[in-house]
Design a protein around this ligand. Structure first.
Ligand SMILES: Nc1ncnc2c1ncn2[C@@H]1O[C@H](COP(=O)(O)OP(=O)(O)OP(=O)(O)O)[C@@H](O)[C@H]1O
Ligand SMILES: [Mg+2]
Length: 596
C-alpha cells in the first residue's frame, strides 16, 4: 500500500507535536550528538565564504601562489568538515526518525489491540491501519530529517544574514528587499503545484479503484455483457487523470522557469550593484564573492524552510490522529484493586438479573432481567430466534461490555471486579466461523496456549480429530495456513478451533454452533471432537442442530432478550409453541413435534 502522505489533513496547530516528546526522550543522547553535528556543519558552511574571500583578496589579488595554496587547503578542510558532519547528522536524524516511528507503531498497535468492541464499532479498521502506516510515515519524516533540515536552515539563514550585515550593510539591505520579491511568487506557484499534484493522485486512485472493482467481479461484468460500458467508464477516468497530470506539468514548468529567472535575476542584480561597489572601492572583490555566497545561502534556506513548514503542519495533523489512538482507553472499567478468581477452576456460572443494551443502541435492550445458574460440568443449549440475544450472553460472559444492571458470577466471583484477562483465561470459545491466522498449522493451534509444546499441540490435534488431515497437508504441521494459502474446509477449520480450545483447557466452554451444514463424514468427526472437548467442562452451546439439543442437560429458550422457558427437548416441543416452531424450522424436524 503506497503511503498517500499528501492527502492527509494538516494539523490546525503544532501542539500535537508535543506528544512526540516522550518518544524522543529515551534517545536524548542521539539528539544531542545530532545537534553538535548540526552546529559544527553549519559553522563550517558559514566559514566557507570567508575562506573564499581570503583566497580572492590575498591570494589572487596579491598574485601570491603560496597564499593561494594555503587558503585552498583551508577551503578544502572546511568542505571536508562540512561533508563529514553533514553525513553524521543525516545518519543520526534518520536513525532517530525510524526509531521513534517504530516505537510509536508498537505503542499504537498495543493500545488498539486492547480496545473493547465498542471502539471498533466507531473506528474502522481501515482507518486504524492508515494511521499505523501513513501517519507514522509523516511523523518519520518530521521527527528526523524534517527537524534537522528546519534547524539547519534556520541557523544558516540567521548566520548568513548576520554575515551579510557584517560584509556590507548596504548590499544586505538590498537583499532584504529582494528576498520577498523572489520567494513569494515561488511559494504561491509551489502551492498551486502541490494542489494539482494531489488532484492528479486522486484521479489515478479513482482509475485503479475502478479497475480493481471490475477486475474482482470480472465474471459478473461479462455475464451482464458490460465490457463495453466498463471500458468506457475506465476510459473517461483515465482521460481525467491525464488532464490533471497535464495541468500539473504546466504549473511545474512555470515554477521551474519562474524560479530560475527570479533567482538568477536577483543574483545578477546584486552582482551588478556589487561590481560597481568594487569599482568605487567600497568593498573588495573577495568581499563581493563572500557576499554572493551568503546571499545564495539565504535564498536557499528561505526556500527550504517554506517547504519544511507545510511538512511540519502535516506531521502535526498525523500526530494528532496517532495521539487519539494512543490515549484511547477501553470502556470497560477495571477496579484499581481487582479481585481474584478462586484458584479452583470449577466453571460455575451465574447470570443474576442481567440487563444490557449495546452502547451504539442505548434505546433497545439486548438482554432484560436475564437470570440463569449453570452448574459445573453442565451442558446448556441456548435456542431462540435471530436477534434473541444468544450471542450477547457470550459477549457479556467474556466481559467485552459492562452490564446495565445485574451481575455475572464466574466461580462465585462477580466478573466486573476482576481483570477481564482473568475471566477470559477460564473460558474457551469455539466460534461459528473459525479464524485461521497467517501462520503454520502448528502455530494456529498454539494460539490456544502460547506456551504449549509441539507434543501437546499434536496431542490436542489428535483429540480434535485434526491430526490426520494436518499430516496430509503438503508440509504437515508446518504447512502455512495463509489467507490465500492452503484452504481448509469448514469442518477442518472447526477442528482447528476445537484443538485450540483443548490446548487452552478452560473450565468453561462457549460454543456457537456453525449454521452451515457439513457433510455427514465431516459432521461426525466434528461431533466426536466436540464430545471429547465438552467432557468435564461447563458448556454453553448456541444450538442449531437437533443432535445438540437432544444431548443437552437443559435447553434455554430465549426471545427478545428474555428467557421464555427452560427444559428438555421433549417437554419443550410439547409445551412451548415458540420452541416447537424453532425446532421445526431450525432442526428441520417436523417429525420431532409430531412424535412428541
Ligand atoms: N454490536 C452490536 N451493536 C448493537 N446492537 C447489537 C450488536 N450486536 C447485536 N446487537 C443487537 O442485539 C440484539 C441481540 O443480538 P444477538 O447477536 O445476541 O442475537 P442472537 O440471538 O445471537 O441472533 P442470531 O441467532 O441471529 O445470531 C439484536 O437485536 C442485535 O441487533
Ligand atoms: Mg448470534
Amino acid at each position: 500500500m503506497p503511503a498517500d502522505t499528501d492527502n492527509r489533513p494538516k494539523g490546525k496547530s503544532l501542539r500535537p507535536l508535543r506528544e512526540l516528546v516522550p518518544f524522543i526522550r529515551p534517545y536524548t543522547r542521539v539528539v544531542l550528538l545530532a545537534a553538535v553535528a548540526l552546529l559544527v556543519g553549519a559553522g563550517a558552511l558559514l566559514g566557507l565564504p570567508i575562506a573564499l574571500r581570503y583566497v580572492i583578496d590575498y591570494g589572487i589579488a596579491a598574485r601570491d601562489p603560496a597564499t593561494i595554496n594555503q587558503y585552498f587547503v583551508g577551503l578544502f578542510v572546511v568542505a571536508l568538515l562540512f561533508g563529514l558532519f553533514a553525513a553524521l547528522r543525516l545518519y543520526l536524524v534518520t536513525w532517530l526518525g525510524e526509531r521513534v516511528v517504530a516505537d510509536i507503531r508498537k505503542a499504537v498497535y498495543a493500545r488498539v489491540l486492547r480496545m473493547d468492541p465498542t471502539f471498533f464499532e466507531v473506528t474502522q479498521t481501515g482507518e486504524v491501519l492508515s494511521r499505523l502506516t501513513t501517519d507514522t510515515t509523516l511523523i518519520q519524516s518530521i521527527a528526523g530529517t524534517g527537524v534537522s533540515i528546519a534547524l539547519r536552515n534556520v541557523i544558516q539563514l540567521v548566520g548568513a544574514l548576520v554575515m551579510l550585515a557584517i560584509t556590507s550593510p548596504r548590499l544586505m539591505g538590498m537583499i532584504l528587499l529582494l528576498i520577498p520579491a523572489v520567494v513569494v511568487p515561488l511559494i504561491v506557484i509551489g502551492r498551486r503545484v502541490r494542489g494539482l499534484s494531489r488532484d492528479a493522485q486522486d484521479k489515478v486512485a479513482t482509475t485503479s479503484g475502478l479497475a480493481g472493482e471490475t477486475l474482482n467481479a470480472v465474471q459478473t461484468v461479462q455475464a451482464f455483457t458490460l465490457e463495453e460500458f466498463q471500458v468506457g467508464r475506465f476510459g473517461e477516468a483515465v482521460q481525467a487523470s491525464f488532464r490533471a497530470a497535464a495541468r500539473r506539468a504546466k504549473a511545474g514548468a512555470l515554477l521551474t522557469g519562474t524560479s530560475i529567472v527570479a533567482l538568477f535575476g536577483a543574483i545578477t542584480f546584486v552582482l551588478w550593484v556589487g561590481a560597481h561597489a568594487v569599482l568605487a572601492g567600497e568593498i573588495t572583490g573577495g568581499q563581493l564573492g563572500q557576499f554572493l555566497l551568503y546571499a545564495m545561502f539565504v535564498a536557499g534556506s528561505a526556500a527550504s524552510l517554506s517547504e519544511v513548514w507545510s511538512e511540519v503542519q502535516r506531521a502535526a495533523g498525523a500526530m494528532e490522529r496517532l495521539a487519539e489512538l494512543l490515549t484511547a482507553s477501553p470502556r470497560i472499567t477495571v477496579p484499581a484493586q481487582p479481585a481474584s478468581l478462586p484458584a479452583r477452576r470449577e466453571g460455575r456460572i451465574v447470570f443474576e438479573q442481567v440487563s444490557f443494551s449495546y452502547p451504539s443502541r442505548p434505546g433497545s435492550a439486548a438482554l432484560r432481567d436475564f437470570s440463569l445458574e449453570i452448574r459445573p460440568g453442565e451442558k446448556v443449549a441456548f435456542v431462540g430466534p435471530s436477534g434473541a440475544g444468544k450471542t450477547t450472553t457470550f459477549q457479556l460472559l467474556m466481559r467485552f461490555y459492562d452490564l446495565a444492571g445485574g451481575r455475572i458470577l464466574v466461580d462465585g466471583v462477580d466478573i466486573a471486579t476482576v481483570r477481564p484477562e482473568d475471566v477470559r483465561q477460564r473460558i474457551g470459545v469455539v466460534p461459528q466461523e473459525t479464524v485461521v491466522f497467517a501462520a503454520s498449522a502448528r502455530d494456529n493451534i498454539r494460539y490456544g496456549r502460547t506456551g504449549a509444546t509441539d507434543a501437546e499441540i499434536e496431542a490436542a490435534a489428535t483429540a480434535a480429530a485434526a491430526d490426520e488431515f494436518i499430516r496430509k497437508l503438503p508440509e504437515g504441521y508446518d504447512t502455512f495456513l495463509g489467507e490465500r494459502g492452503t484452504r481448509l474446509s469448514g469442518g477442518q477449520k472447526q477442528r482447528i478451533a476445537i484443538a485450540r480450545a483443548l490446548l487452552k483447557d478452560p473450565p468453561v466452554l462457549l460454543l456457537d454452533e456453525a449454521t452451515s451444514a457439513l457433510d455427514a463424514e465431516s459432521e461426525r468427526l466434528v461431533q466426536e471432537a466436540l464430545e471429547y472437548l465438552e467432557k468435564d467442562r461447563t458448556t454453553i452451546i448456541i444450538a442449531h442442530r437437533l443432535a445438540t439439543v437432544l444431548k443437552a442437560d437443559r435447553i434455554v429458550v430465549m426471545n427478545e432478550g428474555r428467557i421464555e422457558d427452560i427444559g428438555r427437548h421433549e417437554d419443550l416441543v410439547r409445551r412451548n409453541p415458540l420452541y416447537a416452531r424453532l425446532a421445526e424450522l431450525q432442526f428441520g424436524e417436523a417429525r420431532a413435534a409430531d412424535a412428541a
